[in-house]
Design a protein around this ligand. Structure first.
Ligand code: LUZ
Ligand code: MOS
Length: 750
């Protein structure tokens, strides 16, 4: 089953926000950002902008009829800055004009004066000053103090990982249209339609039921539209509501990059202790999360960092603390992996450090400490269906790890100006929102009189193929042609109170809700078929659009059955509600059973380094991944390939830089380098581990969106090993991204 959207995407027919035909009287908005990273607003002068022909109005915080508060978890973020600004480019005002160019031009004519205050961009400095977004949290297991005494080797170090720009192809945007009845419809590119609805209602001071949010598809999101699509959408809603006109805002790329948050940079200190036989006895880490100027999703991201801070290892004595630090940068936000990559990078660095100290390959330590069935995670969950060990065995056998090691050794012995390096990267990722209450979904299914089916769920299609997977679920349940199924837009009037499509859980949660709704309809159809055919419903089966009785095909087709059910006044509409069973978490004890299941996998990453230039190629990424029983191997492989590339980008070349004034220096693609076709691995092979998959995954097909991202972390350590092979004097540090500039310094430095 190919992705349903493939033809539309390739032919350009797929509709995105900016493709929606605009109504005649539509107005256009352009956002004015703060010229300073921290200070008090002394003056906003809109007169020059208002003089420009075509300008309709400039909105500021004073125009907000409801609450000037767009905070998702904590109410600490304004739609428009009121008296103070806390990061550069923070929205201060919105110009609305009769056309887009005029709006943009006018936004440059609004003058915002700020009396400057001190700027902090470093999370460690913020922590020192007591600038925390939320109280710090610690996860513990075992007895860390006494565990050090049992260790034969103890290593310490510091780890830094950088921000990452989402760079979704489609920038943030929204189109709000009054319905003439006091309500409005907002088309927007968001992962969280309900969040947009809720915050729009809050800011306008209206009930949620007059705001309808509709999402057709997104041109990528990667977490960047979980929380941060809301601001722009609510601005469009506000202007539309106050002017009683359709209002459209689409951010220009530069504004989008400057105004929105990124993956959180983290800085960390670790201490790791091992016994002589390489068992990790103790692991302690303190992480400083650079949250930016407002909480956004930082509290949840902090939590996932804590959950995944020991990656795929069992470490009996663990203590990990995360400080969520407030800085004068755009509020950092969800990004594929959601804090897990940052936490895993620290423990992998600790293992790499220990391996260098002991002069052994890191994979010897990795292998010795992999999780086993029944092990306890440091947050109390018991590991079930563990197959990280199997993944490692398969890497060794199927990909001939020993030969790769030998080849690299031989190559490096030739002492040219090139060196090769290799690293293994295991992954263990928990599936479920860490916030238990978010793990729910609903689906609405209509069977129409002609046998075609319309489905609405809370899932947002963002290129990941969730609509294809949902179609497959319904087609399988009813055993009908997939062409009969249409997945509708994600719309808050059809499916309410939805969780954002995030946490790799879109297909699991919405697919299970769809399964429940479809199951109810199927039972009803079987019952009416049994009446017609004079048997019991248990004898009825629907197979390939034909009603079967006791395993034998009858004359009754799917279309006739549906028609008959309708004529018999049987309801052909159902709603399904799914809430992931058996998950819970006690934040007081920091223990529980937060995840429905875990996704496992492991990768070999090899690189070749040009030691004259500091440039490199990723040669091979060889993956053994646990998909469970994949419902759509083509889509899942696409997620693996994309995730790996994005992970490699984060670890090796994507570098977000700010100057001391909090001004972003990398706000275009000429200064912010993302992986292109030339940086793609020469070989990427992903094999599926043979497993059944867990009950709670949809049709036992495991969630796949985020886990593969973390294979990219292997590229950092592979490069590090290549540098060490050239410059044995180098005392390796852990400072990602490992860009060509940084590598060059390390090839010839200490
Ligand atoms: N979003 C969220 C996420 O709100 N909660 C999560 O646990 C999560 N995990 C991964 C990605 N997005
Ligand atoms: Mo997310 S990082 O919005 O799954």
């Amino acid at each position: 089953m190919i992705n349903k959207d493939a033809t539309g995407h390739v032919s350009g027919r797929s509709v995105y926000l900016d493709d929606i035909p605009v109504l005649k009287n539509t107005l256009f908005g352009s956002v004015i950002g703060s010229p300073s990273a921290h200070g008090r607003i002394t003056h906003i002068d809109t007169s020059k902008a208002m003089e420009l022909p075509g300008v309709v109005r400039v909105f500021t915080s004073k125009d907000i009829p409801g609450k000037n508060d767009i905070g998702g978890i904590i109410p600490d973020e304004t739609l428009f800055a009121h008296d103070e600004v806390h990061y550069r480019s923070q929205p201060v005002a919105l110009v609305v004009a009769t056309d887009e160019m005029t709006a943009r031009k006018a936004s440059g004519l609004v003058s915002v004066k700020v009396s400057e205050m001190g700027i902090v961009t470093d999370p460690r400095v913020a922590k020192e000053k007591g600038h925390l977004l939320i109280p710090s949290r610690t996860f513990r297991m075992g007895d860390i103090q006494n565990a050090w005494k049992e260790c034969d080797h103890i290593f310490e170090g510091r780890v830094d990982s950088g921000a990452q720009e989402h760079l979704y192809l489609e920038t943030q945007g929204a189109y709000a249209i009054p319905d003439g009845e006091g309500g409005m419809k907002i088309h927007t590119s968001t992962q969280g339609p309900t969040l947009v609805q809720k915050i729009a209602a809050r800011v306008l001071g209206v009930p949620m039921n007059i705001v309808e949010v509709d999402v057709t598809r997104l041109g990528g999101a990667f977490g960047g539209k979980e929380d941060q699509a809301t601001g722009v959408a609510v601005m469009a809603a506000l202007a539309s509501y106050l002017l009683n006109s359709p209002v459209k805002i689409v951010l220009q790329r530069g504004d989008d990059i400057r105004m929105t948050g990124k993956r959180h940079p983290y800085s960390a200190d670790f201490r790791i202790g091992l016994t002589a036989d390489l068992k990790i006895k103790a692991y302690q880490a303190i992480l400083y999360q650079n949250g930016g100027a407002a909480a956004d999703l930082s509290p949840a991201i902090m939590e996932r960092t804590l959950f995944h801070s020991t990656n795929a290892y069992y470490i009996p004595n663990t203590e990990v603390t995360v400080h969520s630090c407030r800085t004068n940068l755009p509020p950092n936000t969800a990004f594929r992996g959601f804090g897990a990559p940052q936490g895993m990078f620290v423990v992998e660095s600790a293992i790499a450090r220990a391996a260098m100290g002991l002069n052994i390959p890191a994979y010897d330590i990795q292998k010795t400490n992999l999780l086993k069935e029944g092990d306890e995670f440091h947050y109390g969950q018991i590991a079930e269906g563990v197959n990280i060990g199997k993944c490692y065995e398969s890497l060794e056998k199927d990909f001939r790890l020993e030969e790769i090691v030998q080849e690299i050794f031989d190559f490096n012995s030739r002492k040219t100006f090139f060196r090769k390096g290799m690293a293994l990267m295991p992954v263990c990722f928990g599936v479920s929102f860490t916030n238990t209450s978010m793990n729910q979904a609903r689906a609405l299914v209509h069977i129409y009189q002609d046998g075609s089916i319309g489905i609405s769920t809370g899932a947002v299609e963002m290129g990941q193929g969730v609509n294809t997977k949902l179609s497959q679920v319904a087609a399988r349940i009813f055993s009908i042609d997939i062409g009969r199924i249409k997945i509708g837009t994600t719309n808050t009037a059809r499916v309410a109170n939805t969780s954002p499509t995030a946490a790799s859980s879109g297909a699991d949660l919405n697919g299970n809700a769809l399964l429940i709704a479809s199951g109810k309809l199927l039972d009803r159809l079987k019952k009416i078929a049994a009446e017609k055919l004079g048997c019991s419903p248990g004898d009825i089966e629907l197979k390939d659009e034909i009603v079967h009785k006791s395993g034998i095909p009858t004359d009754l087709t799917w279309e006739e059955l549906v028609k008959f059910a309708f004529m018999s006044r049987i309801s052909l509409t159902e709603n399904g509600h799914y809430a992931t069973p058996m998950i819970w978490f006690d934040k007081r004890l920091e223990k529980g059973n937060p995840f429905a299941y875990h996704v496992y996998g492991a990768a070999i990453v090899t690189v070749t380094l040009d030691c004259l230039r500091g440039t490199y190629t990723v040669d091979k990424v060889l993956i053994m991944h646990d998909f469970g029983n994949s419902i759509n191997p083509a889509i899942d492989l696409g997620q693996v390939e994309g995730g790996v590339m994005q992970g490699i980008g984060w670890m090796t070349m994507e570098e977000v830089l700010f100057n001391k004034e909090g001004m972003m220096l990398t706000d275009s693609l000429s200064t912010y380098k993302v992986p292109d076709i030339y940086s793609a691995p020469g070989v990427l092979i992903c094999k599926a581990l043979e497993t059944n998959g867990p009950e709670q995954a949809i049709f036992k097909s495991k969630a796949v969106g985020e886990p593969p991202f973390m294979y990219g972390i292997g590229a950092f350590f592979a490069l590090q090993n290549a540098v060490r092979a050239f410059n044995p004097k180098w005392n390796p540090d852990f400072d990602a991204p490992l860009t060509p500039e940084k590598i060059l310094m390390r090839l010839y430095g200490r």
